[in-house]
Design a protein around this ligand. Structure first.
Ligand SMILES: Cc1ncc(COP(=O)(O)O)c(C=O)c1O
Length: 368
């Protein structure tokens, strides 16, 4: 904390509050961490999604996106002038694998967005990549949940043609608000640097294209640098907490743990989703956890994109379009997981859930 405050003081003293040395270093260190040649900082995680899709010229074309994601993954296609085509999910990983993606690819498809939901890279990401290459489709990773996750030693952010990270406060790495594009494509990186500064050329003088202000301020970059230095430690701690959860679930039998562990995969554990037994409503369970145990649980995600009012009204989606997502996600609760959470807290969450599901009071809580 003291070191971060010194960074902040240095930035304020310098008077250089944006596009300065902290952003440059953050980009360099982020790219080195992920293993890509380029990283471009932006003011949100939605911005790199939109910018990559704009650069690829998806306007008038289709972009395949899982229905189980934060709406920004899909909205980015609309912002870039394209048409999002949603796809169903695998009931165990909660993400879209090749079968679900392939089912939605057609003549107009230009790109596929692979979302590493809750921090797990799809087990068939290599097959998805080969499929995209063979069809001439661009593969965009939405790595907003997946800082530190890897597949066979390759980090999320270096598995497709480009990737987008979010640094929103709840994410495994935060800058308050912010995001990063990572890519090995130099022309895309130059386009992104230009687009984030109103379309001014990378060299800085002439206006080359339409752009916007998507810049990441220096204070945010300084925070990002400090967070990045601890990413490996935080990822290890999230994985340790996940093991505690798995052990407690085996002992207490309070639902089905999702997102299996696959060999060669390191999970970022942005969330710890579990599936409730049939007949238990997720809203009721979440409310009970809050009311009786003071535990904040959430979703990944409910409703899925195709059941949001906007997508139903504007894009014609409706109930019944993606049966697996509808059935499974309605029963998924995501439990708290973050560095600083104690083992006792994990035990209390599991006890609380077990008790609520048994609809009996007292067993686990003792005399609290
Ligand atoms: C999967 C996913 N994609 C994209 C985003 C968008 O990131 P941001 O809110 O930083 O724009 C988020 C943020 O919550 C997300 O969870």
């Amino acid at each position: 904390m003291a070191a971060l405050l010194e960074d902040f003081a240095a930035i304020l003293r310098s008077g250089r509050l944006t596009m300065g040395p902290y952003l440059e270093r953050f980009e360099q260190e982020f790219a080195a961490c992920v293993g890509t040649e380029h990283a471009v900082g932006m003011h949100s995680g939605t911005a790199p999604l939109e910018v990559a899709l704009r650069y690829w010229g998806v306007e008038g074309g289709e972009v395949v996106v899982p229905t189980n994601t934060f709406i920004a993954s899909s909205n980015a296609a609309l912002l870039a002038g394209g048409h999002p085509v949603l796809c169903d999910i695998d009931p165990q990983t909660l993400s879209s694998g090749l079968p679900q993606i392939e089912a939605q690819v057609g003549e107009k498809t230009r790109a596929v967005v692979a979302v590493h939901i809750a921090g797990l890279i799809a087990p068939d990401i290599e097959a998805i990549r080969s499929f995209c290459r063979a069809r001439g489709l661009l593969l965009l990773e939405d790595a907003a949940h997946a800082h530190g996750a890897s597949a066979n030693g390759q980090l999320a952010g270096n598995l497709g043609d480009a990737a987008a990270f979010s640094f929103f406060p709840t994410k495994p790495l935060t800058t308050g608000e912010g995001g990063m594009l990572s890519t090995n494509d130099r022309d895309l990186a130059d386009f992104a640097r230009s687009f984030r500064t109103h379309g001014v050329s990378a060299k800085g003088r002439s206006l080359e294209r339409l752009g916007n202000n998507y810049r990441l301020p220096e204070l945010s970059a300084a925070l990002g640098l400090r967070q990045l230095a601890r990413l490996a430690e935080h990822t290890a701690e999230r994985n340790r907490l996940a093991t505690c959860y798995r052990d407690a679930f085996t002992r207490l039998g309070c639902g089905e743990v999702l997102l299996p562990e696959f060999s060669g995969r390191v999970h970022a554990y942005y969330k710890f989703p579990v599936r409730l037994p049939a007949g238990k409503r997720r809203e009721w369970v979440v409310a009970q956890l809050r009311e009786h145990w003071g535990i904040e649980a959430g979703s990944v995600y409910w409703p899925p994109c195709h059941l949001t009012p906007f997508y139903q009204r504007e894009l014609g989606y409706g109930l019944g379009d993606f049966p697996v997502a509808e059935e499974v996600l309605a029963q998924v609760v995501s439990l708290p997981i973050f560095p600083g959470l104690s083992d006792e807290a994990v035990e209390m969450v599991c006890c609380g859930l077990a008790e609520i599901l048994a609809e009996a009071k007292g067993d686990c809580r003792g005399d609290k």
